[in-house]
Design a protein around this ligand. Sequence first.
Ligand SMILES: *Cc1c(COP(=O)(O)O)cnc(C)c1O
Length: 338
Amino acid sequence: MIDLRSDTVTKPDDEMRDAAAAAEVGDDVYGEDPTVNDLEARAAERVGKEAALYVPTGTMGNQIAARVHTERGQEVLADRKSHVVKYELGGLAQLAGLQVRMLDADPRGVPTPEQIDASYVAEDLHRPGTGLLCLENTHNARGGLAIEPEKIEAAADTAHDRDVPVHVDGARLFNAATALDVPVTDLTDPVDSVMFCLSKGLGAPVGSMLAGSEEFIERARRVRKLFGGGMRQAGIVAAPGLRALENVADLETDHENARLLADGLDEIGGLEVQGPETNIVLVDVSGLGLASEDVLERLGEDVRASAFGETTLRFCTHRCVSRDDVENAVELVAERLE
Ligand SMILES: *Cc1c(COP(=O)(O)O)cnc(C)c1O
């Protein structure tokens, strides 16, 4: 089976398993797990922030950030196709008591300064006030788009002019930096906080990092406990996370494989391929006259993708699929859709 549903399906390699077995551990809720402490320090350094916090999932990282940056009842500005809006179970409302003001930030999912200005709400007797701007990089639902530093900076500066903090959902932040060939700090310097996943293309079994100022992370640590994310001997899973930080350079291979996949799929009648800029390939199947679920059924178990809308499929390359796998996947898809 060639599993292109997501880069979350990557399984830890032997080095990661060895690192887990050998990890020095302690009770992380007491701040006594040396492996977690090491991971947090290195992650903070990587993204150029004062401090970082190890969290079980990217979703929890985003939700903690929203909760720490805001007060109940405030508005959050976010693209209508962003992960925090579409795929986090309304957590912004449920966990932080926020109201989302969705922007149609086409075509790249980054609100323009004009959109931010037009959507900003000043607090008064009747209005809740805008409490947070949330950006996403790479932008998943728009096709793994690598958002340029200039765009991040323009959006963040506009928000900051209004005293609105900015969080980046950087689940695939290192994919963005790799694709743009910029230091990752170019993407994080303009914003107040950033979350990135160790458990996607970087290959760790679990875990994400939330980074920001010392003060922000201190408050985030309390909210992590509140949300049930205070883990004890977490060094066992943080150790593979430390190894995952060494895998950043391999993301380029995933991007090459995505381009190869896209070129192959684009040759198949009825398929229209978008991009790709990183490791995500969106394919419009409307030319086949079939719904995405029907196409997935035809593909069967041998090559797997995700339904990403009525007539859109998402294929995602990652470190557990090789160039050969990608070539085979294209052949299989062509065969099944004949
Ligand atoms: C995967 C993902 C998340 C959440 O990560 P989990 O660890 O699955 O909770 C957040 N944002 C984006 C853009 C993602 O792709």
